[in-house]
Ligand binder design. Structure first.
Ligand SMILES: [Fe+2]
Ligand SMILES: [Fe+2]
Length: 211
């Protein structure tokens, strides 16, 4: 596959203004860890997370870094995910793919990555931001709404002017969708739901999730 220079170009541009200068090396490692189509998704998420951060006056370099790193464990076998991120609940045990955010953080820490904001954004991207980390919100929204997915264009556009409102819409609609179908909501997603800053927009019940 021909190497796509976009990731390096943006990383280099950001590195001029930010101390996360080693990102280009991580970009190479991600490319080796994921399938080619996943890598295209990763680049789109990083670029969109960067745009969302810029539009909302947030840390665009960390948003880009977390976007590049978020799916580094996404194509690992289930057994490896379970080893890197021991299950915390029944959902994790039944669906190890739900662990790929936590597993990615474990891998990155083992490889020496130390930026707490970026690590937390990577960890939370599967289940939802735990609150207090706007970079995590940028990556979560970029992941669910990057153009290649073909859905959630409304959330993408909203995030480019009001990240909080977009996060509320994304998390509430996810919880509502799952509960409406009797699917258990991941406990970490419930934490993200309760961390939302616009409670007036909540439409799901406050009690434990429907099964
Ligand atoms: Fe992911
Ligand atoms: Fe992703």
């Amino acid at each position: 596959m021909a190497h796509d220079p976009r990731g390096h170009m943006i990383a280099e541009r950001l590195a001029l203004r930010h101390p996360l200068a080693e990102l280009a090396g991580w970009d190479d490692r991600v490319r080796l860890m994921v399938r080619p189509r996943r890598y295209e998704h990763v680049l789109r998420v990083a670029e969109l997370a960067c745009r969302i951060a810029c539009a909302n006056g947030l840390d665009e370099a960390r948003a880009y870094a977390a976007g590049i790193l978020h799916d580094i464990a996404r194509d690992l076998p289930d057994a490896e995910l379970l080893r890197l991120a021991p299950p915390e609940c029944d959902i994790d045990s039944a669906h190890p793919l739900a662990l790929h955010g936590r597993a990615a953080r474990t891998l990155l820490e083992r490889w020496g990555y130390r930026d707490r904001v970026v690590l937390e954004a990577v960890e939370d991207h599967t289940t939802g931001p735990r609150g207090g980390n706007p970079v995590a919100a940028c990556v979560y929204i970029a992941d669910v709404s990057e153009p290649g997915r073909g859905v959630n264009a409304d959330i993408r556009e909203l995030a480019l002017c009001d990240l909080n409102a977009a996060l509320n819409r994304a998390v509430v609609s996810k919880v509502t969708y799952l509960q409406g179908r009797g699917i258990q909501v991941h406990p970490r997603t419930l934490l993200a739901y309760h961390a939302l800053t616009c409670p007036a927009l909540r439409v799901a019940p406050e009690s434990s999730p429907a099964r």
